[in-house]
Design a protein around this ligand. Structure first.
Ligand code: ZN
Length: 156
C-alpha cells in the first residue's frame, strides 16, 4: 500500500555474508511508501508485510542499487584531485555547478587514480533481514512535505 508510514528494523548483508549496515537498536528506519525513499525491491516487500512480521529477502542488484556501469569508471591524473592525502576507498564528489556525482577511489597507481562513479553497492545482490515495527497512514501534511513527522521523523 502507498502513502503509509512504515518503520522497520533491518540487517543488510552482502553475498559474502559480511554485514554492511543495520538499523540501530530501538531506532528503526522510517519512510513513506510510494515516494521512492528506499530501494524499490525492498519497498515492495515491506508494503506487503504486517507489523511484527519478519522476513529475510535477497534483492537482485537491478532492484537495489542498480547494475554496474563501467562507463562511470575513469582514470585521472593525481594533479586533478584535491591536494590532500588520498587512499583507496575514499569517497568525494566531483562535478561543476549543480551537477555533482559521488565517486570512490578504487585504485591508486602512482599518479594515475581510478575513480568509480558507481554506487558502492551497485551490481551487488543484497540480503535484508527485516522486521516491520509499525505501519500507519501518512497524514496529508506528511505527504505534502514528503517526509515523516514525529517519532523517528522531522520535528518542525
Ligand atoms: Zn515536514
Amino acid at each position: 500500500m502507498q502513502n503509509e508510514v512504515i518503520s522497520f528494523d533491518y540487517v543488510l548483508t552482502a553475498k559474502s555474508g559480511q554485514v554492511i549496515d543495520a538499523s540501530a537498536k530501538g531506532r528503526p528506519l522510517i519512510f513513506i511508501s510510494g515516494l521512492g525513499q528506499i530501494i524499490p525491491g525492498l519497498e515492495l516487500i515491506l508494503q506487503q508485510m504486517q507489523p511484527s512480521e519478519k522476513k529475510t529477502v535477497t534483492i537482485a542488484a537491478k532492484e537495489a542499487y542498480g547494475l554496474r556501469d563501467e562507463s562511470l569508471v575513469h582514470k585521472v591524473d593525481r594533479s586533478r584531485l584535491p591536494n590532500q592525502e588520498i587512499k583507496v576507498g575514499d569517497m568525494f564528489e566531483v562535478g561543476q555547478g549543480q551537477d555533482f556525482t559521488p565517486v570512490t577511489i578504487t585504485a591508486i597507481n602512482g599518479d594515475e587514480i581510478t575513480l568509480d562513479g558507481n554506487h558502492p553497492l551497485a551490481g551487488e545482490d543484497l540480503t535484508f533481514a527485516v522486521e516491520v515495527v509499525s505501519k500507519r497512514l501518512a497524514t496529508p501534511e506528511e505527504l505534502a512535505h514528503g517526509h515523516v513527522h514525529g517519532a523517528g521523523g522531522c520535528h518542525h
